[in-house]
Design a protein around this ligand. Structure first.
Ligand SMILES: Nc1ncnc2c1ncn2[C@@H]1O[C@H](COP(=O)(O)OP(=O)(O)OP(=O)(O)O)[C@@H](O)[C@H]1O
Ligand SMILES: [Mg+2]
Length: 232
């Protein structure tokens, strides 16, 4: 793509964002306003509109993220973050989707991890890892998030008991749009963008990500985050 074409492409993606944000926003407002006046069928239709628009919006945001990340124009906003309440909140948020799929999320924290980082970006990383863990696991399994403190780093581990990844496919994981042979267990959408964004973001935060997986047994992602970050 030429630079000019790339610019047009990015502008189109960008322009798609506002109508989609309006559709998701308005369908949610409509549901709230009409809560008592809609029958189940009507409510289900609006839910469907909202869900599909939200999916499209997430995809657009991923594409914009990739564009921004590859052009190197990312502004990080670093602040002190206590990982205990932060992880509590993340687990609470995903537990709802977990419960719907019959998957429990446990949290084990050792020590205190207070780091200097960009909270929004770290949240995006964990949202991706947790949504994957849920997407590639069956009911009646659990996901364990552990936090531990090292001298200079904080470690966050996301371990699932899901379908796992073939050994010879592990090195494709972080490539955008990678198509692996495994599939989501609940008919969820799979675009193959999440982990490529995660990899770029964790490196921007001065950290690292590692993965290990055994087919049919589960997958573990380990994040290493420096406590005090010199990377700007
Ligand atoms: N916890 C996991 N267990 C098993 N396979 C996984 C797990 N996480 C990722 N994968 C595999 O790695 C691929 C890439 O993950 P990635 O998050 O980039 O894409 P996705 O989840 O398919 O789509 P998207 O995140 O864009 O919605 C997935 O399609 C899946 O094959
Ligand atoms: Mg994903």
């Amino acid at each position: 793509m030429t630079t000019e074409q790339k610019k047009v492409f990015t502008n189109v993606i960008h322009d798609l964002k506002s109508p989609l944000a309006i559709i998701t926003g308005l369908s949610e407002v409509f549901l709230r306003m009409m809560a008592n006046d809609l029958n189940d069928k009507q409510r289900a239709v609006i839910h469907k509109i909202s869900r599909h628009a939200r999916f499209a919006l997430d995809l657009i945001e991923d594409l914009l993220d990739i564009e921004q990340l590859s052009s190197g124009q990312v502004l990080l906003s670093r602040a002190i973050l206590d990982l205990r309440p932060f992880l509590d909140d993340i687990v609470q948020t995903h537990s709802i989707a977990g419960a719907e799929k019959g998957i429990r999320i446990d949290l084990k924290m050792e020590g205190d991890c207070i780091i200097e980082t960009d909270e929004r970006r770290l949240r995006e990383i964990l949202n991706n890892l947790l949504s994957n863990a849920l997407k590639y696991s069956h009911a009646q399994t659990s996901i364990l998030i552990s936090m531990l403190e090292e001298e200079n780093n904080c470690i966050i581990i996301v371990k699932d008991q899901g379908i796992g990844i073939k050994e010879d496919e592990i090195d494709k994981l972080f490539t955008p749009f990678a198509q692996l042979t495994n599939h989501p267990t609940g008919n969820e959408k799979s675009t193959g963008l999440g982990l490529s964004i995660v990899k770029t973001l964790i490196e921007l935060l001065g950290g690292e990500i590692a993965v290990s997986s055994v087919e049919s047994e589960g997958t573990t992602f380990t994040l290493k985050l420096p406590k005090n970050n010199e990377t700007k």
